[in-house]
Design a protein around this ligand. Structure first.
Ligand SMILES: Nc1ncnc2c1ncn2[C@@H]1O[C@H](COP(=O)(O)OP(=O)(O)OP(=O)(O)O)[C@@H](O)[C@H]1O
Ligand code: SF4
Ligand SMILES: [Mg+2]
Length: 324
């Protein structure tokens, strides 16, 4: 069976001043139909670069310099602008990290939500409006009021629900959600997460979920890819990863979360590296309790170890702490 979404050899360069460097160098990902893959990692590790780069949606200063993305077997990179917009617009819904900033402040949100149907379908204005109103009801918003609202008139949680309604209008088969709960307080975040996951399950959509929150991942993900300094350092089914992490970074992440760890926390020492300072060896070496000489000179490749894929020279021999 053709996988829903496959990213192979993704390479991304970013620019600072006059210098451009490749900071994501050969990332592979796959999301099956109806499956949720979570991309986790600390802030500035490159999660959004990877998620948005896979769709060629990067903001200025970053660009894709290699790799292929297949959606339902079609390569996005080979498509002309109009075909790309139709395939991505109708097939893939995107929830951006900035729920307010993603909207044009000068137009009502209801009209912006319907643009994808206006561009890619033969529906009349009345039919599009009625679809948008129906979608607003589905995400728990007041139909008329939120249809007519400007982005500065709604709360962050409402803007996120509006974005979800807009993303689902075209009945996409894949949802890419980049930190969809950022900036929401804990009760609103929980309600939005449940809504996203319920609608995803009801419609049988696949989801690429970007988050740094390991409790959210435990609640909704099937598989997890762990990002560190632009690299995937571990990838595994969620239960396997939490019980038996095989990369010291993942074990450290789990050990830093109060709700997950029994007893004393085991935080990771030191600070995450700047993605722009590409390390020669393992990027985690300066913070790793298991570092050996080889780690400082040779970059570990992602390979199969047990039920996981791990990029650590010592993955077979280390016995790392997980959570129950
Ligand atoms: N368009 C861009 N131009 C230049 N640098 C960029 C661009 N986008 C991201 N970066 C840099 O790449 C690094 C990774 O950014 P990214 O947004 O992918 O992080 P992230 O893992 O999503 O973090 P967060 O959890 O805070 O959202 C950061 O150092 C960021 O400054
Ligand atoms: S490769 Fe070496 S430094 Fe990197 S995580 Fe493994 S043991 Fe630690
Ligand atoms: Mg991000």
């Amino acid at each position: 069976m053709t996988p829903l979404f496959t990213v192979s050899g993704l390479r991304i360069a970013i620019r600072r001043d006059l210098d451009e460097r490749v900071v994501v160098d050969g990332v592979d990902l796959e999301v099956g139909a109806g499956e949720t893959l979570a991309l986790v990692g600390e802030s500035a590790s490159g999660k959004s670069l990877i998620a948005l780069g896979s769709l060629d949606l990067l903001s200025p200063g970053a660009r894709v310099v290699g790799g292929t993305t297949l959606f339902e077997g079609t390569a996005l990179q080979g498509l002309a602008g109009d075909d790309w917009r139709r395939l991505v617009g109708m097939g893939i819904g995107v929830l951006f990290q900035d729920a307010i900033g993603a909207w044009d402040p000068l137009d009502i949100m209801g009209a912006q939500s319907g643009e994808v149907l206006d561009e890619h379908t033969e529906l009349t204005d009345e039919e599009i409006q009625s679809r948008v109103l129906e979608a607003l009801g589905e995400v728990g918003l007041s139909k008329r009021r939120h249809f007519l609202a400007f982005s500065h008139e709604v709360s962050r949680g409402q803007a996120q629900r509006m974005m979800l309604a807009a993303a689902l209008l075209a009945a996409p088969r894949l949802l890419i959600a980049d930190e969809p709960l950022s900036g929401l307080d804990i009760t609103v975040a929980r309600a939005v997460l449940d809504l996203i996951d319920d609608l995803r399950a009801k419609r049988g959509m696949g989801m690429l979920l970007v988050t740094h929150d390991l409790a959210i991942v435990a609640a909704v993900a099937d598989r997890v890819a762990v990002v560190y300094s632009g690299m995937i350092v571990e990838q595994a089914p969620v239960g396997v990863l939490y019980r038996r992490p095989r990369h010291p970074y993942m074990s450290g992440l789990l050990g830093s979360v109060p709700g997950l760890v029994r007893g004393r926390l085991r935080p990771i020492r030191g600070e995450a590296p700047d993605i722009f300072e590409v390390a020669a060896g393992c990027p985690f070496a300066p913070r790793c309790d298991h570092v050996v000489e080889r780690c400082r000179t040779e970059r570990p490749a992602l390979r199969v170890v047990g039920e996981s894929m791990v990029a650590c020279h010592r993955a077979e021999e280390l016995e790392l702490a997980g959570v129950g």
